[in-house]
Ligand binder design. Structure first.
Ligand code: HEM
Length: 153
């Protein structure tokens, strides 16, 4: 089985990020504030690395279309839209969580921290599912880059 390298690396970073959020949650449960801060910032960096790889690939290499059976394509597309929406909402919540944590606006932070964490777990789970559907269970379809699509080469 061969899988493309960049999506494999970027998907790994989402998973690492979610694992760090789970560890960070465990740390604050034990009142280890400094460790919570470090691990949550590492989770943020990991998410940022995912995004940089994903965005560069979208621009320079391209996005890959679903290569599975045609009758599954609509479900795949809906699931992908769900994942992308969740990831976007998760990113906004993540930024607000980090800012309220750093500015010690703790009443807001305490409310949205758990929501951010749970959204982020679902982002990772659905991200892995998209990866499996696109590259492991079926072979990816065509890849078209933004630059190719715009400039035609
Ligand atoms: C630099 C970043 C961060 C700092 C300095 C920070 C700091 C803190 C502090 C001091 C608390 C304890 C609040 C209290 O009980 O009074 C806390 C709670 C919490 N934080 Fe963070 N945090 C940061 C980032 C994050 C991020 C990114 C998330 C989510 C992904 C998060 C999730 C949580 C959760 C789940 C709690 C426990 C809330 C509860 O149930 O009481 N934190 N944080």
């Amino acid at each position: 089985m061969s899988v493309p390298i960049l999506p494999t690396i970027s998907t790994s970073f989402i998973v690492i990020s979610a694992v760090l959020v789970a560890i960070g949650w465990g740390l604050i449960y034990k009142k280890k504030i400094e460790a919570h801060k470090k691990v949550m910032l590492a989770a943020g960096v990991s998410a940022l690395i995912f995004f940089i790889i994903y965005a560069s690939r979208t621009i320079f290499v391209g996005n890959t279309s679903f290569g599975g059976p045609d009758d599954l394509k609509i479900y795949y597309t809906l699931f992908l839209i769900f994942h992308i929406t969740l990831a976007t909402v998760g990113a906004v919540f993540g930024i607000v969580s980090i800012m309220t944590g750093l500015k010690t606006k703790l009443s807001i932070h305490r409310k949205i921290g758990p929501i951010t964490s749970i959204i982020w777990f679902f982002v990772a789970i659905t991200g892995v599912a998209v990866y499996l559907l696109l590259y492991v269970f079926y072979h990816g379809g065509q890849t078209t880059s933004l630059i190719k699509a715009i400039l035609g080469f």
